[in-house]
Design a protein around this ligand. Sequence first.
Ligand SMILES: [Zn+2]
Ligand SMILES: [Zn+2]
Length: 171
Amino acid sequence: MHVIDVRDLVEHPGTSRTVRVEEAVAGLATELAEVPAEAPLRGELVLESVVEGIYVTGHVGGRMAFRCARCLVGFERPFDVTVGDLFVRDPGPEDDYVLGPDLLLDPEPIIRDAVILSMPFSPLCRPDCLGLCERCGGDRNLGECSCAEPVDPRWAPLARLDLDRREARET
Ligand SMILES: [Zn+2]
Ligand SMILES: [Zn+2]
C-alpha cells in the first residue's frame, strides 16, 4: 500500500488532511471469506495531527467473496468498514500502529486489521440456508437430498402406529 508522507502534519499539530484510498491489498482472507486480490479497496481517511502522532479515522470498502459455512456455495457482497486509531511517534510495547522515523504513514496495517476483523466467522449465503445433507452430501437448498427426515425417537412409536394402520388398509 502507498505510504503517506505526514511530515507537514506532524510539524503542525491540530491540522488534518483527507486522503483517498484506492488500492488492492493482498492477503485479506480468512477460511471462508476474502477480498479478491484483483478488487481494489476504496475509501477515505482523515489524518489528524495530535501531540502523540497521527490519528487516523475513516472508512474503506469493496467487494468480499465468501463460501457459505453450511452449503459451501460461493457468493459475494459489498462491505464497508470504519477505522479509527492512533499512529504513534514514540511507540511503547502496547502500540500497534507506529509512524516510521521518516514520518511516513503506512495505512495498510490499520486497514488490514479492520477488514479481517469484519469478516464473518461463519458466513451464510442466506439466513435460512438449509445446508448440505450429512448423509448424502446433497444441497438441501436445491432439493438434491431425498433422504427421509430423521425421526425424533420420541415420535417413533406414533410412526409405527401409522404404518400398521396403512398396512392393515392395504391388505
Ligand atoms: Zn448456504
Ligand atoms: Zn440426503
